[in-house]
Ligand binder design. Sequence first.
Ligand code: SF4
Length: 355
Amino acid sequence: MNFFNAPIHTWYSLYKRDLPWRKTRNPYFIWLSEIILQQTRIDQGLAYYLRFTEEFPTISSLADASEDQILKLWQGLGYYSRARNLHFTAKYIRQQLNGEFPGDYDSIRSLKGIGEYTAAAIASISFNLEYAAVDGNAYRVLSRFFGITEPIDSSAGKKIFTNLAKELIMGTNPGMHNQALMEFGALQCTPKNPDCLKCPLSERCLAFTTHRIAELPVKKNKTKQRDRYFNYIVLAGKNHTWMRKRVGKDIWENLFEFPLVETTEEKSIRELLEQDEFRQMNEADYSVIENVSSWKIHILSHQRIHYRFIRIRLSREINMPGDLIRVNKEDIFNFAVPKLLETYLSENGQDVLFK
Ligand code: SF4
């Protein structure tokens, strides 16, 4: 397999990006970088990695933080269960493993929030163990170079790619090899228009020599997306508003948001305010609808969130149900909120919301 490995390893030594997690083998930092970089571009993830390692330089410091602190620092990165699992696992390592990150694959894989890919990445990079970490970039390179037409998301395809990746990693420096293959896919063998004429693998690449680059890799399932309609009711009182912590197994668990009316389609404002908790809003002397934003769409991997903000100016004090928190003007930016609320708050600012 040297005809494949050698050019990739040389290419990596010449062109790899200079990234902080490539200068360490500390499993805590490798773990942190891998979790942050799941579903995240490197340029965006880098800022979060630096913030986390500065704020929480050790597993114990991460374990000691409150969940709200961690979610606030994670804000904007999405897929918040990753942050909650990080926190859970940091506490587990401190309490059950004397603060020592485990050094064998099976123990790493058994930690909450760590799947096969992440366990292999940590085992190979931090502990020099021969476990192949195959991400989407590596799948692309393998399927194109070796001309594999089996879908990457089928069980037959997974078996083929796993066996091939295992064979390729044998006898290499495993951490370097895994990173080289993934980096090669990210920068050289890109999803669209890879620069094959400058590729050190082009002579033996089956996709290139048989003109099938656009067809590979093959994917079986297209992700189905669900449409949800989020109507946020922003209750703008004198120097305060109301927010609620999201609970239950759903997106953005434990983040804060304005009172929400979720529907399966667009509904009129009058229908929204018929909900029990807004009944007071229907009485004219209590409130006035000050602003209704246009519908926007926030895309998640399996969902399309259609959302808008309906700002209601309160003309007198109201009492809201117990799970709603009264938030004062000066505290509004201290809460961990989903990205779309963060944008709304920064665009509308304290002076617009609070009068
Ligand atoms: S020749 Fe093109 S398709 Fe083949 S590995 Fe290189 S960049 Fe990818």
